[in-house]
Structure formats: C-alpha cells, structure tokens
Write a protein that binds this ligand. Structure first.
Ligand SMILES: Cc1ncc(COP(=O)(O)O)c(C=O)c1O
Length: 396
C-alpha cells in the first residue's frame, strides 16, 4: 500500500453532523464546571458533565489541591515505582481501598489505562471472559490484550450469563465483567444475581464502577454499597474523573492481587504518576462524598422528575434508575438535531451516535448534577415540550 492510499483510507463519516448543521463535538469550553458552562462563548445550563456531585470546582477541595501544588509542583515527572509515589499518592490508594472496603488499591493515570491493564495480566488462553454487551470501550480494548476466549451476554441478562458460564465451565477460570452504572443507559447491573452465579460457577467478578462511585449508595461507595458486595467482588476499577470530581483511575481488591499488579502492570509502573495536587483533591473529595448523602438525594430527585416528565411527554427513554437520563432517537441526525435545539435554548448535553451506541439507538444523555437548581429541571422539561411540538415524530 502507498502512504497516500493509507491516508486516503482514513475517513471520518461526518454526514449526520453535516445534515443536522451542527457539530457538538470538541467545542471549546471557556469556563470551569458550575451551574452554567461557557461553551464557545455561550453560557449554557450544564447537563453534560460527569461531575455528578458538583465538586470539581469546590473551594475547599481546590484549596487542598493548591496546597499540594505549592509543595510538590505540577508533576513528579516520574512513575509510581520511582519518584512518582508521593506520600499523598499512597494515602489516596489506601483511602480508596478503605472507601470501597477493599484491602488495597492502585491509582492509574486514568480508568481507561487501568482497564487496559487488567486482562492481559490476569488471564491465559485457557480462560474465558464473559462480559455484558454494553461494557465500555476501555474494557473491550483491555480484553483485546488477553488470550482468553471472549463471550458477551445480553445487557443485564442473568439467564444469558448463566448459559455462558455453564457452556464454558471447563475453562481454567471464568471472568465476569460488568459496569456498576452504565453511563449511556443510567441503569445498574443485577449484581446480587451475578454474585450468586459467580459462586455457583466459581467465577471471578470484575466491576468497572467509573460512574457509580460517588453517585450510588447512601455513602456514595458505588454499586458495591447498593448490593453490599464489598466482599464478593474480586476487583473494582473506577475513575476519579467523574463522581469524585478530579482525575485518574484506580484498581481495588485483595492485597495479594493488588501487589501483583503493583509489580507487574506496565500500565501502572511505566506511566507517570498522578500529580500529587490531584491526589490531594481526590482524598478530600472521597470524604466529601461520604459526608453528603443529601446531594445524592437531590440529584436523584431531579432525575426522577425529569424522567417522569419526559416519559409523559412521550419521549423514548432508556430504563434509568440513576441521575443519568437518556433520550433515544431513531437516527444519529435526529439526536444531533435535538442536541442543537437544546443548545440553542441554552442547555448543554452530550449526544451518543453509532458506533458509540447501537444503530437505531442514538441518544442524548442528560446528567443530573448538584450544580443544577430545581428551576433548571423545569426549564429543561419546558424545552423538551417545545421540541415535541416542533418534532411530533420524535415522541410515541
Ligand atoms: C465505564 C467507564 N469506564 C472507564 C472510563 C474511563 O475513565 P477515565 O476517564 O478515568 O479514563 C469511562 C469514561 O468515560 C467509563 O465510562
């Protein structure tokens, strides 16, 4: 192949964006997170962030980050195995472990990187990985680095999971991989049933709770708290860049496993450690999360109201039980056009189109976060009501 042919073959299909006359992606943001966000010079009500608890811009947390920034500088410019492991970074690891009631934890530069690093180390060609159809790209790419057989089961379907476990019962090890809160649906896995199956078939469970930590459970300890699954789940991964309002990823579990990763995971020890200022902020954030259950109550009440009103208006929604409400559209173009209509009315949302989601299931994600006021929810509902009038074909 010629170089120019290779380059010519790299085509991005932007036709839905062109047809809708709007590109919501990579818009320059000119403010920090808050009730409003400045996107390309326009102030919008922010329903597009993963800062569920509204703490990314919290003054107390920023003060703690600044203190560490002054002491350690911007970066340690080293990996955890050498100069990158400051006492603050290690403290964050132990705080995460204790928050999730695990024996130990490691911090990675991102949850994506962490998920890329798990499967190649844990599994062999004699194993099988059985994962929910809707797991995140980072888990899929991580699984791609494993030699194990790979099977997927229909989303949250325990019967299908059991069939796969039974079919592969002769494998050396069976690994079940799920998320704690599916961020393009807003639902959670039936973890109680999964734990029973894991026990029956002696399978290992890995949960990516990137969106659940901070958001699910009375104390915000995530999906493990919801199902009191602290002992039964073998490994938990998660992000510090969502409900925790900071940056980075983590892996938590039993001490022996975590120590194995500490000395064997190149994604961990060959990559520059998290800046101490971010680690310091995350430690305070975890405390804040535990101490403020009322924030979760508020965002859940926003979500319930929005969900009920949009359902009554006739919009197609995913079956959400969390502060993530997703509105479905037949085509990518419709979803982008609806995003544009919301944007023009001053509302910032995130839109997912294929291949991020299945064909025919493009969607707008509305993230209910603590920066919002209850009148913002009423305003969003009124805008959807106007959209229904302009586009009656979008509702049932
Ligand atoms: C389920 C899930 N896992 C992992 C990630 C990656 O997290 P991070 O941004 O920390 O790399 C995301 C981010 O969107 C996610 O939704």
């Amino acid at each position: 192949m010629k170089k120019e042919d290779l380059i010519k073959s790299m085509v991005v299909d932007k036709s839905p964006l062109v047809k809708a006359g709007f590109n919501p992606y990579y818009q320059p943001v000119r403010s920090g997170l808050g009730r409003n966000i400045n996107v390309n010079g326009k102030s919008l009500i922010s329903l597009g962030t993963n800062d569920y608890l509204g703490i990314a811009n919290n003054e107390e947390i920023k003060k703690e980050a600044l203190r560490a920034l002054r002491k350690f500088g911007v970066s340690m410019c080293g990996t955890p195995i050498v100069v990158g492991q400051t006492a603050i970074n290690r403290k964050l690891e132990t705080e995460i472990a204790s928050f999730l009631k695990q024996e130990d934890a490691l911090i990675f530069p991102s949850c994506y990187q962490c998920n890329m690093g798990i499967f190649g180390l844990l599994t062999t060609g004699e194993d099988v990985i059985i994962a929910d159809r809707e797991i995140h790209s980072s888990l899929l790419n991580g699984i791609g680095l494993s030699k194990a057989s790979f099977k997927i089961f229909s989303h949250n379907n325990l019967d299908k999971l059991e069939k796969a476990l039974a079919r592969y019962s002769n494998c050396r090890m069976k690994f079940i991989v799920v998320e704690g809160l599916y961020s393009t649906n807003g639902d959670v896995p039936p973890l109680d049933g999964m734990m029973k199956l894991a026990e029956k078939y002696d399978a290992f469970i890995i949960v990516d709770d990137a969106h659940g930590v901070g958001v699910l459970g009375r104390e915000g300890r995530g999906v493990l708290e919801v199902f009191d699954a602290f002992k039964e789940i073998d490994l938990v991964t998660g992000s510090l860049g969502k409900g925790v309002g900071a940056f980075g990823g983590f892996l938590a579990g039993g001490a022996r496993l975590i120590d194995y990763f500490r000395y064997n995971s190149p994604q961990y020890f060959y990559s520059t450690a998290l800046p101490p200022a971010i680690a310091a902020a995350s430690i305070i954030s975890l405390r804040y999360i535990k101490e403020h259950p009322e924030i979760r109550e508020r965002i859940n009440s926003y979500a319930r109201k929005l969900y009920q009103k949009l359902e009554t208006l006739g919009f197609r929604l995913t079956k959400s039980t969390t502060p993530v409400v997703c509105v479905l559209f037949e085509t990518a173009e419709d979803a982008i056009l609806a995003t544009k209509m919301l944007y023009e009315k001053g509302i910032y949302t995130v839109v997912f189109v294929p291949p991020s989601v299945a064909k025919g299931a493009s969607r707008i994600r509305l993230t209910l976060n603590a920066n919002l006021q209850s009148e913002d929810i009423d305003f969003v509902i009124s805008v959807f009501s106007d959209i229904k009038k302009r586009k009656p074909q979008w509702v049932n």
